[in-house]
Design a protein around this ligand. Structure first.
Ligand code: SAH
Length: 285
């Protein structure tokens, strides 16, 4: 049965007497074209193992099982387990884990899967930022993610320097992966319909960072400080974030590295942030 057909999804939901829970971010995809498209854009082949987060009723899981060597899905809502188990009973390349993706030991859960993994998911939107932060910095080898997220979040992840969407989260994501905005998905493709437009984004995880830094922690700290007060000049924002450095030292670091202290942090590229972070690291070391 294809859950990309709204009639079928409604039938399954009624059969199992399932009531959607807002707190779990439950918006099920019911458009077979979109489901097919996400699976195709994820570039999953029979060589790949897929980690799916929040399978819901399993509409996308079915497509992923067709494409992948093995699919492991993590679902928090216990009420969906019997439904998923019945729906995917005939699949011999599917494992279901009940639990919270944010607290499970992912290294342990995925220990039998061939690496690097692909992550494909229509994720619950309420955990987008912590989930992406966790997955991108995770020691588990992930080659690619294809994710449905809120459109605004997708735009923030893929933003270019100097644009309003460019943020500390953008730099964090692009330090670990190369994002590509794929396509928008209107609210009408889900039940129940979310209040926002969604977008599918692909993140190709980098094998090594795009720039070498002396300290990743210092790099992240500089980026956070630069964006914490984004209307301020770089000099003022970084001075506010680095109380242990005098304003004169911050200014010297910036000018010595070739930056105008009066520019705003929001125009800097990852490479430029890296240069400043290295200068700060040398001074503070
Ligand atoms: N992928 C499905 C469902 C998307 S809705 C589809 O496209 O139709 C999001 C799903 O994530 C729901 O099934 C919800 O129960 C599940 N979920 C919510 N929080 C979760 C968490 N912390 N860990 C794992 N799954 C979660």
């Amino acid at each position: 049965m294809d859950l990309g057909n709204p009639k079928n999804t409604i039938e399954v939901i009624q059969k199992y007497n399932f009531a959607f829970q807002k707190k779990f971010g439950q918006n099920f995809l019911i458009d077979s074209n979109i489901l097919d498209n996400i699976a195709a854009c994820a570039g999953v082949t029979k060589e790949d193992c897929v980690l799916e987060i929040g399978p819901g009723a399993g509409s996308m899981t079915k497509y992923l099982c067709d494409a992948a060597h093995h699919v492991l899905s993590i679902e928090l809502d216990e009420r969906l387990i019997p439904l998923l188990t019945a729906f995917l009973a005939e699949r011999d390349n599917f494992t279901l884990v009940q639990g919270d993706v944010m607290t499970l030991n992912l290294a342990d859960v995925t220990k039998n899967l061939r690496k690097p993994l692909s992550v494909v998911a229509n994720i619950p939107y309420y955990i987008t930022t912590p989930l992406l932060t966790m997955l991108l910095a995770s020691p588990i080898p992930i080659q690619r993610m294809a994710l449905m997220v809120q459109k605004e979040v997708a735009q923030r992840i893929a933003a270019k320097p100097g644009t309003p969407d460019y943020s500390a989260f953008t730099v964090f994501c692009q330090y670990y992966a190369e994002p590509e905005l794929l396509f928008d998905v209107p609210a009408s493709c889900f039940i129940p319909q979310p209040k926002v437009t969604s977008s599918v984004i692909r993140l190709d995880c980098r094998v090594s960072p795009p720039v070498e830094v002396k300290s990743e922690a210092m790099f992240m700290r500089v980026v956070k400080a630069a964006f914490a007060q984004r209307r301020k000049t770089l000099l003022n924002a970084l001075s506010a974030g680095f109380g242990e450095m005098s304003k004169e030292t911050v200014e010297k670091c910036l000018t010595d590295s070739g930056f105008d202290p009066k520019v705003r942090g929001e125009v800097l590229s990852i490479g430029e942030f890296a240069k400043i972070a290295d200068a700060f690291f040398t001074v503070l070391d």
